[in-house]
Design a protein. Structure first.
Length: 99
């Protein structure tokens, strides 16, 4: 996101806001969070021995920028929202929540 020109950033933010309003209006919205940039993250690793250590986040080709939790009836409906919530090239993952 930070690499986008400011006009494109504004477009993406406006698109997120519009989708969130629509999710809320349809009682589909549960929660959403925007995450800090991946370069600020730390990875905590548990070794087989049980020892822990932390290190800087390894840069990956796919980075998690945020999370939307929506309540829908089917996986197909969730995939429709995943497409609608993809505003720049990249990947949106669809998962069910354990109940």
């Amino acid at each position: 996101m930070a690499a986008l020109p400011s006009a494109e950033q504004a477009r993406v933010i406006a698109a997120h806001e519009a989708c969130e309003r629509e999710l809320r209006a349809g009682n589909r919205f549960v929660a959403s969070w925007r995450l800090r940039p991946a370069h600020e993250a730390r990875t905590v690793v548990r070794e087989a021995s049980g020892a822990f250590h932390a290190r800087s986040y390894a840069e990956l080709s796919v980075q998690l920028g945020g999370v939307y939790v929506v309540e829908v009836a089917t996986r197909d409906e969730a995939e429709v929202w995943a497409r609608r919530l993809r505003f720049i090239p990249g990947v949106n993952e669809v998962r069910e929540v354990w109940e």
